[in-house]
Design a protein around this ligand. Sequence first.
Ligand code: FEO
Length: 170
Amino acid sequence: MLDAKVAQLLNIQVNKEFYSAYLYLDFSNYYAEEGLNGFANWYKIQAQEERDHALLFMQYLQNNGCKVTLDAIDKPDKELKSFADPLHAGFEHEQLVTGLIHTIYDAANQVKDFRTMQFLDWFVKEQGEEETNAEGLIKKFDLFGSDPRALYMLDNELGARVYSAPSLVL
Ligand code: FEO
């Protein structure tokens, strides 16, 4: 069995990851309504990855004999008024999630729960990649977003993203 505080934080993270999926679906819907189907595709795939993260946290808890409690998922409440808004909100959200993962890591470290720390190592790396990707999108949009032809090409580029299952298997 895991330490009670660590297990609680891991269970909360299940909800946070499902919320991330919900948030990114909201972004995807926004872009779809605006006719930017490539951006919509990018965030829909991002949502699938977040769902995978939630399932990984669930599986890890179950593998360690812990009960999983599913709580209500908050409504996405970011105001999306311009094409750049989801990109900035997404980057801020990933920074927040990185902080949450680090908090769990810290709690596991305090009770010498090396197994959970090893499990979380994948997420620490993943968060680094996700922050880089989110920041990269902002940079690209800042460079090209105001030119319709360049925006069209960027939308095509993001439309080419395909889903792949997480490399972490439990
Ligand atoms: Fe599940 Fe984007 O972190």
